[in-house]
Design a protein around this ligand. Structure first.
Ligand SMILES: [Zn+2]
Length: 328
């Protein structure tokens, strides 16, 4: 019997979701519920306006060499863009390389060395939202790369001239050199925009290599699927989104740091690398709040050694089965 058909499992999942809601309500940072919605809206407008007038910080990109056997390099490029480098392959998630998104200006520019971008083999797209499937960014990447997209998203990418565009539904896999990519479920609405009438899929991905299994969650809210992904696909590293959670209704599609830590626990992964923070204010919370809150939760729960916060352009090397190699 699959766990999802077990009434005890269902009760546990519902109970866990209720506990998370309760913790969010009593957390001092949940100002929305304490009548501070207007203050948060004004704060958002002030942040967005200030950013419009300020050029993004531009860290100097450094080349990331292919690691030796049994290792994988994880590089945070910015927003949800992460580069994974194995001995024989280079993979990029949700490339967003521009400075503006829907009228918002970045606080920190994407940090990817041009030589590494030219060396890409696989591009993973989690869903069709404009911050994840960006045509201008894709045009800057090499046409010989294969692009993996969720169901009903290939038509958006096909005209860009990539060698292969492959739709992967959850459970399906794609192999290239020393990596195998498996699509997994996510809880996120995937329409391209307000007037997109197509029902588009949304995915996370597990990237398996001899170095380690890396889970890129894409865009997702907290959901019962994390436990299942952990049980079946054993991720070592979890790349989890931690921003865009205020006002609370956004938690229908996105995770707060508290949700992400619960997801990390459900997955049974060994290293948590937060993504989605520090570039664009996509929720009403201050831009620096997600990492501050995440660090606090991890400290309170004795998980600090398993948290790897990477700045834009920073890399950590991970090796499977060797806890000592974890971290930047
Ligand atoms: Zn999205």
């Amino acid at each position: 019997m699959p766990p999802s058909a077990d009434p005890d499992w269902q009760r546990r999942v519902i109970e866990r979701a209720k506990e998370l809601d309760h913790e969010h309500r009593r957390h001092p940072r949940s100002l929305w519920q304490s009548g501070a919605g207007l203050a948060l809206s004004l704060h958002f407008l002030r942040t967005a306006t200030r950013q419009l007038l300020t050029a993004p910080r531009r860290p100097e990109p450094r080349r990331v060499e292919h690691p030796g056997p049994g290792q994988i390099a994880v590089t945070f490029v910015g927003h949800a863009t992460v580069m994974l480098t194995t001995p024989l392959a280079r993979v990029l998630t949700d490339p967003y390389l521009g400075d503006f998104l829907l009228g918002l200006r970045r606080a920190e520019a994407a940090c990817l060395h041009s030589a590494d971008a030219a060396d890409l083999n696989l591009i993973l797209i989690s869903h069709a939202h404009r911050d994840r499937l960006d045509l201008a960014s894709l045009r800057r990447l090499p046409g010989r790369a294969a692009v993996l997209v969720p169901p009903r998203c290939a038509s958006l990418v096909k005209r860009l001239g990539f060698a292969r565009v492959v739709e992967l539904a959850p459970g399906q896999s794609f192999e290239y050199a020393d990596v195998e990519v498996t699509a997994v479920a996510a809880r996120h609405e995937g329409a391209r925009g307000l007037f997109d009438r197509a029902w588009r899929g949304t995915c996370g991905y597990i990237v398996r290599s001899a170095g380690a299994n890396v889970y890129f969650a894409g865009g997702t809210a907290y959901f019962s699927g994390f436990e299942e992904i952990g049980r079946r696909l054993h991720p070592d590293v979890a790349l989890l989104p931690v921003a865009g959670y205020q006002p609370p209704v956004l938690r229908e599609d996105n995770m707060s740091p508290l949700d992400a830590v619960q997801a990390f626990t459900d997955l049974g992964a060994r290293l948590l690398v937060p993504v989605g923070h520090g570039s664009f204010p996509l929720g009403y919370e201050p831009l620096d709040e997600p990492l501050r809150w995440l660090r606090q939760i991890c400290a309170d729960r004795g998980l600090s050694a398993q948290l790897a916060v990477l700045g834009h352009g920073e890399t950590c090397f991970v090796r499977a089965g060797d806890g000592k190699s974890l971290g930047p």
